[in-house]
Design a binder for this molecule. Structure first.
Ligand SMILES: Nc1ncnc2c1ncn2[C@@H]1O[C@H](COP(=O)(O)OP(=O)(O)OP(=O)(O)O)[C@@H](O)[C@H]1O
Ligand SMILES: CCCC(=O)O
Length: 357
């Protein structure tokens, strides 16, 4: 049977929606939300009716009826650490996401929206697939050197695993036969060591870890950071925004848009070039670190995310890491397709549907 799946990926300023029939996209759209409109909400959960209406408008405009859809899949949010896979949306999951028990993130609405629409469609199944809290780290990777502050696995799991599987398919291998370093370069940057289908180490994209990115600081000198926190100059929220949201390229260059930055570089802006080169340098160093995490037995390095569209940035990264392993570039992300494919495998019984407990 060919299933129809509605996939939902809520981001900070948009909700990406796609209707798939099997793996074929029938209608995919990026529903942009005015940031001023989102400002009226005090929490991610409060945005629920607003985002639901945007999805219903998308369905109505395209003549899609809820009852014709077989299953609903949302990008899962910040939950407790769990292994990768397809999870049925359940009450505990929704409670953790609603009250942001493990942190606020736009993707917390994915499961909640999928579940609501699935109920309205006549009690259809609702799933999440490879949420950002997928945790398959080996024990050594959890140590930070500060026992009360261990390293955590929070990353672009859905896209990293989707492109890793896509690459494995393309060479006629299975994901769990390969060692891959996957670098997701988007608004946030996460780089993971995938050993035979398991992400044994990765930088935490939401905690100030790893390379700086268009809107995140990445790892910074710790003692100076502590001084800044206690300087009396900044509220805790301001300091958090310096790490996630207002750090990285936007802090140095007042924009997180790499296309604009490349324009600045072409106009001769030396500061823009140095900062952009520094980001490439940090990404390359991090790729090297995860190559070592794979005992230098990496089959391929995959570069993905919006910034993988940039020939300039990718060429600077390649210069430093091309002697380590074959490099493959998958620009953009395949998150909606990954949600659809995971759900179809679950419906077909090809993979186990996991329960969030
Ligand atoms: N053709 C391009 N050339 C250069 N940079 C690009 C291009 N297309 C997108 N980008 C850059 O990619 C970055 C955004 O990447 P992406 O769309 O993956 O981020 P996101 O989805 O907002 O966040 P995340 O990937 O962390 O979830 C921006 O800096 C954007 O300017
Ligand atoms: C939420 C995990 C992915 C990211 O770093 O944004």
């Amino acid at each position: 049977m060919t299933y129809k799946i509605l996939t939902i990926n809520p981001g900070s300023t948009s909700t990406k929606v796609g209707l798939f029939e099997g793996s074929n996209p029938i209608k995919v759209e990026n529903l942009k939300h005015d940031s001023n409109e989102l400002l009226q909400f005090n929490s991610v959960y409060e945005q629920f009716p607003f985002r639901k209406k945007a999805i219903m408008d998308f369905l109505n405009t395209n003549g899609i009826e809820l009852k014709e859809i077989d299953a609903f899949a949302g990008r899962g949010g910040l939950l407790k650490p769990i292994p990768g896979g397809v999870y049925r949306v359940n009450t505990l999951m929704k409670r953790h996401l609603k009250y942001a028990k493990f942190g606020e993130h736009a993707s917390n609405l994915g499961a909640i929206l999928a579940d609501e629409l699935a109920k309205e469609a006549g009690d259809k199944p609702a799933f999440i697939v490879d949420p950002p809290v997928v945790d398959e780290m080996i024990e050594e990777a959890r140590y930070s050197g500060m026992p009360e502050n261990p390293r955590k696995s929070v990353f672009h799991a859905l896209n990293q695993k989707a492109v890793a599987r896509r690459y494995a398919d393309s060479i006629g291998k299975k994901y769990n036969e390969l060692n891959l370093v996957v670098a997701h370069l988007g608004g946030g940057i996460t780089i993971g060591a995938h050993r035979k289908g398991r992400v044994i180490d990765v930088n935490d994209g939401l905690s100030g870890d790893g390379p700086f990115s268009p809107e995140r600081s990445g790892g910074v000198p710790t003692l100076k950071l502590i001084e800044l926190c206690y300087s009396g100059k900044y509220e805790p929220e301001t300091m958090k925004r310096k790490a996630v949201g207002k750090g990285g390229l936007v802090a140095y260059l007042k924009t997180s848009d790499a296309i604009k930055i490349e324009e600045m570089i072409k106009q001769g802006d030396k500061k823009a070039e140095t900062v952009y080169r520094a980001m490439a340098y940090q990404v390359a160093k991090e790729i090297g670190a995860y190559h070592v995490a794979l005992s230098c037995e990496t089959d391929a390095i995959i570069i993905t995310g919006g910034l993988a569209h940039s020939e300039m940035l990718v060429s600077w990264i390649k210069e430093r890491v091309e002697s380590l392993a074959k490099i493959v570039v998958f620009p953009g992300e395949d998150e909606l397709l990954a949600l659809a494919e995971g759900s179809i495998k679950a419906l077909n019984g090809e993979i186990e549907i996991m329960e969030y407990e």
